[in-house]
Design a protein around this ligand. Sequence first.
Ligand SMILES: Cc1cc2nc3c(=O)[nH]c(=O)nc-3n(C[C@H](O)[C@H](O)[C@H](O)COP(=O)(O)OP(=O)(O)OC[C@H]3O[C@@H](n4cnc5c(N)ncnc54)[C@H](O)[C@@H]3O)c2cc1C
Length: 342
Amino acid sequence: MVVGGGIAGLAVARALLAGGWDVQVRERAAAAPSTGASLGMWPHAVAALEQLGLRDLVRAGTVAASSGELLRPDGRRLVHLEPPGPARLVARPQLLAALAEGLPPGVLRWGAPALSAAELPAADVLVAADGVGSVVRRDVFGPASAPRPLGTVAVRGTADVPPAGMSETWGAGRMFGTTARLDGRTNVYACFRSALAAPAEAADPQELLRRVFAGWHAGVVETVEHLQPDSLDVRPLLDLRPLRSTVRGTTVLVGDAAHAMAPNLGRGACESLVDAVVLARHLVAAPDVATALRGYDRERRRPAARLVRASRLLNRVSTAEHLTGLRDGALALTGRVLAGRR
Ligand SMILES: Cc1cc2nc3c(=O)[nH]c(=O)nc-3n(C[C@H](O)[C@H](O)[C@H](O)COP(=O)(O)OP(=O)(O)OC[C@H]3O[C@@H](n4cnc5c(N)ncnc54)[C@H](O)[C@@H]3O)c2cc1C
């Protein structure tokens, strides 16, 4: 029984079905999303997609992550950015559609929210893939496993301008980033300290971005003007304190339910795919469920916890309000040293 038909839940279903398990996925949404921003897929996530049988998606449904620049608000360069190996970018709706494609009828139930862990039908394994606000985690792991606010807000969306390569601009308390989309437009993400925006401003995210990034270099200001209003998503960011275990009895956490992290390293969805592959490998190979879940926890929990900590740090540094001159000086120096080595 898998609760949540997002990236983690669908990937788990695919991997377990391929291993001969009977799977049911309960998803609270009535249907798959038709719009959504791009996700960076690091090389290990691309490998996981291939193991999940999605080689066609990688070949034809993604775009290569290019090199780019980390800039100051006036447009001067701080550091040249290189993608981590052969990384790809994929739009979330395309990724979800590919993961759901080919699932036998009846496996994925739309419009089926789990209201509590107790009301779920009995199963050999209960996989909590219901995201950062997981109901299953709350019920099975208790209130101490609740997510914590990062004190920042993220806005993402699509701009009708041709992509100019990967770029991030860091200022005081705020950052603005762009990557390419397969459809020839630009994927936009921005993050800023929560105190910079009143909650009511979330109703008009484009106007909010105009105000927060006023006076920044033309690449930012013009991209904000070309944002598609109906593509914009605003959300306060949360992450999870690393847990002592991702397993309790026959319940196991995967994806954001296990290790929600700040988006700054672009690793949450990547790790969800890896969770799925690893969990299925253990469940298929181990002599019993308890051994399999122990093996999964041993393999996945610590690496994911390290990423939660690193992402939290990067979220703070990229939206630092004070000592930004020192931060930028250190970044520029690091960039020069790295360029010298290259
Ligand atoms: C601004 C931003 C940018 C990001 N960029 C990247 C990136 O570039 N690369 C990357 O790897 N990651 C990125 N991420 C992280 C990524 O979006 C998440 O890590 C990923 O979506 C986690 O997938 P998931 O399936 O675990 O959780 P979710 O995507 O949250 O899916 C959970 C699913 O469970 C369903 N659900 C919830 N509760 C219930 C319930 N009670 N009953 C039934 N169904 C339920 C939800 O409807 C949803 O479909 C980014 C995140 C943000 C916020």
